[in-house]
Ligand binder design. Structure first.
Ligand SMILES: [Zn+2]
Ligand SMILES: [Zn+2]
Length: 256
């Protein structure tokens, strides 16, 4: 399994992109920078987009991807939970801001949306997918993705503390999660459903107690203004837990 981090931040600028992951060139998780990071031919290789939640930094490029598929007469499969469907159809692809790509063209809409249920195993494009519920300000799911050769990666999406309930359902060989802010922002992080290095440490400690191991960890969704402080905090956590924990970056490629 090859995982390409297209966007690793919660803000966008010339060189920083919103969160998007690309797996084996065909499955995307989140679409914050999916169109802006991929050529048209790379976009056409996409078979499915899994969305974690409705926030703009995770769905931003859905309209652009849909337009590119529409102009090619192609269909893109999107999977997520009901609130994401509702927000896409109500606010983005609503016939006012942009075309109703979930309904048009009639009979063969450009976007084929499938609702996902947490903890119900799905087979999507040859991968076993398990959505898990995480703690964020709005309903959010992470995705465990298992390839046909048994490689397992888990991406939590945006999440605050309290992942212990999820750990029993997953066995990742690689964990991609979020650390939005440094320890000095712990109150902000708790209030807004995000992690700091110390809050991540607590989650990983529980994981190790429950599962008896820790996978390598890559963190994304950093606030770039606070990245130096986050990086120092992550280095300390990696040392304390004696585990590989790295900051993701745009263009990072991970092989499983
Ligand atoms: Zn969010
Ligand atoms: Zn976010």
């Amino acid at each position: 399994m090859n995982i390409h981090i297209l966007g690793a931040h919660n803000c966008e600028s010339q060189n920083l992109k919103l969160v998007s992951l690309l797996i084996d060139d065909t499955i995307a998780i989140d679409a914050g920078s999916l169109a802006s990071s991929l050529s048209l031919s790379a976009q056409r290789k996409l078979k499915a987009i899994l969305l974690t939640h409705q926030h703009y930094d995770h769905i931003r490029d859905v309209p652009a991807i849909a337009m590119n598929f529409a102009l090619d007469g192609a269909t893109i499969n999107i999977y997520s939970i009901p609130p994401v469907y509702d927000n896409l159809t109500t606010h983005l692809l609503n016939g006012e801001l942009y075309p109703k790509f979930l309904e048009r063209p009639e009979g063969k809409p450009t976007v084929r949306f499938t609702l996902i249920e947490p903890y119900r195993a799905e087979r999507i494009e040859g991968y076993d997918i398990l959505a898990i519920s995480v703690n964020h300000t709005d309903p959010t799911v992470g995705y465990q993705i298992t390839s046909h050769d048994g490689k397992i990666a888990l991406y939590t999406g945006d999440t605050g503390p309290g992942l212990a309930d999820c750990w029993g359902y997953v066995s990742p060989q690689l964990l991609i999660t979020e650390v939005t802010a440094p320890d000095s922002y712990e109150e902000f992080a708790r209030r807004n459903g995000h992690l700091t290095p110390s809050l991540l440490k607590e989650e990983l400690t529980v994981f190790r107690e429950l599962k008896g191991y820790l996978p390598p960890v890559v963190v994304v969704h950093m606030n770039p203004r606070l990245e130096k402080e986050i990086e120092a905090g992550i280095a300390a956590v990696a040392k304390a837990l004696n585990n590989s924990i790295k900051l993701g970056y745009e263009g990072m490629k991970l092989d499983l």
